[in-house]
Design a protein around this ligand. Structure first.
Ligand SMILES: Cc1cc2nc3c(=O)[nH]c(=O)nc-3n(C[C@H](O)[C@H](O)[C@H](O)COP(=O)(O)OP(=O)(O)OC[C@H]3O[C@@H](n4cnc5c(N)ncnc54)[C@H](O)[C@@H]3O)c2cc1C
Length: 445
């Protein structure tokens, strides 16, 4: 759907994360022979790596991951590192109307379990990924949005039993931040922030230690059936397996498996980071926490102060993906960052990068096995909220593939099965353009 620059797996994103953790990458070992394994996994991000780790460690099943670029080349190695709940574009009211109270509660509890799993994996596998921040702040970008945040606080407490705190603009300036788009905030107890590439490489290291094989630079070019086996063809080898997990999220390209085509709407998310802020700069534009934050815009800004006091600021946008459109996006993000935090208007931006997240027509994530071929499993559509959801989905897929659970026992009903198909791919940029316009207008009201 986008310019080939977005899919260029020859190099890693020029991100702050690569600059600070790229040296931790293990040498890549592309698939260079005809191999066989129990479970083949397509995609080496959190979903695929978590599935491989859990298959190997918890179920003694040999898994091999085939990744088109270097391991964690996709969104998992380049996201904002906000580990929070959500992963849906349905409002709470829409979720309740569409799925009912019990399923909504089960989905939300699962989202919290995803955050706990991330912490647990870091502790159990010795993954040092700079975990920081307690909870998540949702910041009102207009005074009128405090009404919504008050309602949300009440719903979180009564429906899900989650601790929250509401802050006026003055109160939040003392514990969070000030700036031109801060009119109060809602804190909710679940959430933290991490270095996404260190986390991904930590998962990869753990998966390898427990016996999984990870093949970077091994794009699956062709997929055929031979009897009961799947044969995945790469440029220099092939992999045969009885079961396959598709873990490609926003980087799925139609044509790989007919049943999965037209299910995933990839959307570009963009990030800038500054150099480390000085004491004087933090004093001029006080920022008091390392907790992850997003604001109440539909086209939201997500941001956080990193442990070394660099600042990360991100937003979705652009329907082309060309380098020129990327340059325009960078300029726009810089301009908006300086508008929102005016005291930092002269701070240099050191990195800009972008990547793909995945939306679905049902506006919730999807996981399960194909109806017409139960030996093929999938997990995708985290709506830009995969740091907690993707590792959990990988763990759940591993349990399902191992036959420990049935889908209805382990997957929240809300995300079980394939989402409805999207309109033809030529229409999707127009669909997105229209959505961005409509959401931008709503943000101004
Ligand atoms: C800029 C940005 C910021 C984000 N910020 C946040 C955030 O702060 N918090 C949050 O929760 N989420 C965030 N996300 C979303 C989050 O990163 C994703 O939801 C999550 O990483 C998805 O993990 P995954 O393993 O399913 O997919 P990915 O990490 O995208 O991995 C999929 C992989 O599949 C590979 N692949 C595709 N086709 C093939 C093929 N044919 N053969 C072999 N390999 C293939 C790709 O190369 C890719 O590496 C952000 C995403 C982006 C892009």
């Amino acid at each position: 759907m986008y310019d080939h620059a977005i899919y260029d797996t020859r190099t890693n994103a020029p991100s702050y994360w690569e600059a600070t953790a790229g040296h931790l990458r293990a040498p890549e070992t592309p698939l260079e022979a005809d191999e066989r394994c129990d479970v083949a996994i397509i995609g080496g991000g959190y979903t695929g790596l978590s599935a491989a780790l859990h298959l190997a460690r918890d179920h003694g099943i040999e898994a091999r991951v085939l990744e088109a670029g270097p391991i964690a080349w996709g969104a998992s190695g380049r996201n904002g590192g906000l580990c929070v709940t959500g992963a849906t574009k349905l409002s709470l009211q829409q979720m309740l109307r569409r799925h009912g109270r019990a399923a909504t509660q089960a989905y939300h509890h699962d989202q919290v379990a995803g955050i706990e799993l991330v912490r647990q994996l870091c502790a159990d596998e010795g993954v040092d990924c700079d975990l920081c921040g307690e909870g998540h702040f949702s910041v009102a970008h207009k005074p009128s949005r405090m009404r919504e945040l008050r309602a949300e606080a009440q719903a979180l407490e009564t429906l899900f039993g989650i601790r929250t705190a509401l802050y006026t603009a003055e109160e939040f300036a003392a514990v969070g931040h000030g700036g031109t788009e801060q009119f109060g905030a809602l804190w909710s107890e679940h959430g933290c922030a991490l270095h996404p590439l260190k986390f991904a490489l930590g998962l990869a290291g753990a998966a390898r230690r427990h016996g999984a094989h990870l093949h970077g630079y091994s794009r699956v070019l062709d997929w055929r059936r031979e009897g009961r086996e799947h044969v995945l063809q790469t440029a220099r080898g092939s992999l045969r397996a009885r079961r396959v997990i598709v873990a490609t999220n926003g980087y799925y390209r139609d044509g790989l498996a007919a049943a999965l085509d037209h299910r995933c709407l990839p959307v570009i998310s963009n990030i800038i980071t500054t150099r480390a802020l000085t004491d004087a700069e933090i004093a001029a534009q006080p920022f008091h926490t390392h907790a992850p934050m997003s604001n109440t815009r539909h086209l939201l800004f997500y941001y956080r102060l990193l442990p070394d006091r660099s600042f990360l600021f991100g937003a979705r946008g652009d329907v082309r993906g060309t380098p020129e459109a990327g340059a325009r996006m960078r300029a726009w993000l810089e301009w908006r960052f300086r508008e929102v935090f005016p005291a930092w208007r002269d701070v240099e931006i050191t990195h800009f990068w972008r990547g793909l997240i995945a939306l679905t027509r049902d506006r919730v994530p999807a996981a399960g096995a194909l109806e017409n071929d139960p030996s093929v499993w999938f997990g995708f559509g985290y709506h830009g909220n995969g740091v907690n959801t993707a590792p959990l989905t990988g763990q759940r897929l591993a349990r399902l593939v191992a036959g420990v659970d049935a889908p209805r026992d382990v997957l929240p009903r809300v995300m079980h099965g394939l989402p409805a198909r999207l309109p033809a791919s030529a229409l999707r940029p127009w669909l997105l353009r229209g959505t961005y316009l409509a959401l931008g207008l709503r943000d101004r009201l």
